[in-house]
Design a protein around this ligand. Structure first.
Ligand SMILES: [Zn+2]
Length: 203
């Protein structure tokens, strides 16, 4: 479901007031956002700019993130707003869910990429990845060394399946678009999370 265009155009602050379930600070950018990342103890480096073959691919307050609360399997370039939201989501949802349902902490987030200058399905409409506002999460490493994999555990019965499905459902309160293996074949091995202007909770 999409917000009406006029509402999307008003930005994240109004969306929050409208009760759409996506809490701030997606509207934060620039130094205020970087200061918040520092307060959150996110490990990041600010980037002056991103290089992309298409000049439409721009990232608001680009950062290279190596750790939110858990480390990332490899550093990722993303917008500061996404980094901040990802950290909120990890601390408030991922870690408590992992403790309650798996009895472990998440020590690493395995992702397939964030910023990527590309269109959706080969069309002309740019993906939110092209703005660093999306990340594809493939799974998690737990404190006992085992792994939760979206590809393998999304459909296998057991506590890891429940963990992933609860996590994805709650992600809809943090991210404006959540796509899962149930969405389409392209997402068979990851959960797409973005803070773009559209709204879709496909869980
Ligand atoms: Zn994605």
């Amino acid at each position: 479901m999409r917000h009406p265009g006029w509402l999307a155009a008003l930005g994240g602050a109004v969306l929050l007031l409208a009760g759409c379930g996506t809490p701030g600070p997606s509207g934060l950018s620039g130094r205020a956002c970087l200061a918040r990342l520092t307060d959150q103890a996110v490990r990041y480096r600010p980037l002056a700019a991103v290089s992309a073959p298409d000049s439409r691919c721009q990232v608001d307050t680009a950062v290279r993130v190596s750790r939110v609360e858990a480390g990332l399997n490899h550093p990722a370039v993303m917008s500061c707003g996404l980094a901040s939201r990802l950290d909120d989501f990890e601390r408030e949802v991922v870690q408590p869910l992992a403790a309650a349902e798996l009895g472990r902490r998440v020590v690493r987030i395995n992702h397939l990429g964030s910023f990527s200058c590309r269109a959706i399905n080969g069309g002309s409409h740019l993906s939110q990845h092209a703005f660093g506002r999306a990340i594809d999460v493939a799974g998690f490493r737990l404190s006992d060394g085992t792994t939760v994999s979206v590809e393998h555990d999304w459909s296998e019965s057991g506590p890891k399946r429940q963990f992933l499905r609860h996590l994805a459902r709650r992600a809809c309160s943090y991210f404006s678009v959540v796509l899962t293996p149930d969405s389409n074949a392209e997402h068979h091995d990851h959960i797409h999370l973005d803070i773009g202007p559209d709204r879709l909770c496909s869980v």
